[in-house]
Design a protein. Sequence first.
Lengths: 435, 417
Amino acid sequence: MNINTVTVVGANGTMGTNVSAIFASFGNAKVYMVSRDIEQSKKAVNKAIKSVRADSITKNLIPVDYSILEKCVREADLVFESVAENIEIKQAITKQIALNLRNDAIACSGTSGLSITALAKLFPENLRGNYMGVHFYNPSYYMTLCEVIPTPYTNKTLFDEMKSYLANTLFRTVVESKDSPAFIGNRIGFHFINKALQLAEKYKESGGIDYIDAILGAFTGRAMPPLVTSDFVGLDVHKAIVDNIRENTNDYANDIFSFPVFCQELIDKGSLGRKSGGGLYKTQVLDNGTKRYMVYDIHSADYRDTIKYSFPFVEQMVYALSQGDYKSALKALLENHSTEAEICVEFMLEYIIYSLFISLEVGNGIDSADGVMATGFNWCPPLAMLEAFSNVVPVESLIKERLSASLLEKVGADRLLSCIKSSAYDYRSYFKAKK
Amino acid sequence: MNKVYVLGGAQTDFERNWTKEGKGVIALIKEIVSDGLSAVNLPFEDITKLNRENRIGCFVGNFLSECYVNQSHLGALLTEVDPAFYGVPSARYEAACASGSVALDAAISKIQNGDFDVAIVVGWELQKTVDSKIGADFLGQAAYYEKEAKNIDFPFPKLFARLADEILEKYNLDEKRFMDSLAMISNKNYANAKRNPLAQTRKWFMDFEQASHRNTPTNTSVGGKLAVSDCSQVTDGAAIVVLVSDEYKKRLDIDCPVVLGYGHRVAPMLFDKKAHEAKQSQHMLPWTRQAVLDAYRRSGLSVDDIDFFETHDCFTSSEYAAVSAFGLTEPGDEYKAIEEGITSFSGNKPINASGGLIGCGHPVGASGVRMFLDLYKQISGKSGRCQLNKADIGMMLNIGGSATTNYTFILGNNDKI
């Protein structure tokens, strides 16, 4: 497969910019960066160069606006649509792409949740086979995950060639996903994050948001606590993802994707997260230059200083991890029966079980979620986490003891546990000795 | 003199930042020792048994643990890994970035003498505990600090930029052609690292154009003619190899690579004195060349017999000088081998199939052991996607300072020699 020219439509968005840089660098392709305003496209070129830290790609990046979209699509071996996650906008742009796509070229959407099959229908029948979903993660230079999504119409040979191009030329971690809302990564990731948000509301009198984050910190196998992640992503994007999953999927975990009311209120006030100067968390820079770290207190419906929680199981885990003693860390967790430790264990185990469930439902094998969570979220992947636990206790009995029988039955835990295999990832680097 | 065999070993993922993970030296050495011992199937109980007869020792290579992690006495520190190390002779060896090799040399000697049946060699460094400027100042101790590093920002890039200047002048080279061949070295080592699942830069982008355009916003100058793309990385990591005697190998009834020869030569500490002395020689780094010749003599081999090399590309200029030091070209003709692709992954004499220090990473005290491990992996066909077609005999060059301490080792496939 020769991809010499790529047209990225919506190149001024974060993903459009980052993805343009990946095609222009590893792919050494000429990339038309298309956005509504040429000035925006020019700014995006500079951001793209910075994102891969290479001025050498400058020659490959061509800023353009929609006035020459037709030409750019006709010339492209690959057209990557990365416009706003709004169905009307996506449809309008996709139709324009469909009108001009060469029959030997590939078209793909970078949507994080809309139906690829529905978008494929906007193409004439003779071009539908050339269309597929290719979902990058942010920041793409560091997060190598690429979920690839075929539709029932996708040409199998073309799809395999595209997978090989992504893996071997662009050095992406390629995981095939069914055309299902939010695909694999965001389904699993926001199952965890939204559940944390719901629990923050439930435990609002214990502290709420920062209380839950203190229970599920970096020591549980992730770079940052889940609600800090939500604050980074923005509550608006978070809501769009969970609403989509809640409305368009129907598995046992559907209620977990229900967006808490207090978060809607924050959105209504414009408090989306870091990008709007505050959301679940808020950092104030004081007159003397020092920073004041604040959190939204659900109970009082106002911001307050974050609390430095100190749970004995967390202190023990962080110390053991700092010594490279992963067994003792997990032992300290499992042997502590405080409310906080039990919440922590339940989250970790349900994350494993739900990930395996989604691997089979939406992925194409029990290890699908491993590649996704490691390289898209930088979280300890489920099979690797299972290995970490299995060094301490028989993991099957642990799951049966700690998760409810009805959940295990609904998810088909026996079937999932019968097909587990060893992970391609090493759990040790994911468990940080940090809160 | 007894033969010395390489049973195997392990390397940590050089992409990891242990400080960011909140982990320190104890976590690092526990992990590398446990991975190394399980790779060679040597349980702690066997260490205890060997130690009863005083047949095992440990050799730790590390350069600057006092600065980076406030810890000395690193041989003894292994007792924190497991009680099996209580009573096991163990010490730390230091020769700047060649610390790993001096530990290997000591281990090899003990087995050759018949003192030990098993030698565990660990090299490690944690460098991400401080910012790059402070770290660069620490590393200045590999030079004559008072005269070559004190009050100088990033002294080593400047010393190796001087090496580039000296090479240019000595052989009266075309500057663009020379600088382009340095860019080819960088580009090759980044490309090789893409195949290495333990390489620090395996996700990073580099191409010839980026490497050959220096002094740009994304490829800033580091002093003299060199830029960021010419430099190796600041890395956290460890490597381990387990060496055994002939008798021990016979008991295991397995085949494994054998140590065929070594060289160890020390050049004048000051770069000025090196440059002055080099005027008497065809070679830019005569003592590096001598360390190579010593290994050839001890092994009874020549450059024609060596299938592949791992070299100390702390900067592109050091790999450049290594090309003629190995004997791949006449001194002054190095760029020809580089341009012709002889040292590339698919060339006749590949250098740094692992990615080297530029691509794989450079935790200074670990690098010698990591190179030795990569020779072992290639020769035993365990290099995965880095595996070369022909890899029966390999040579490594590990240097400390500005090519001051020079160490070479040759390993070979026991079957084919």
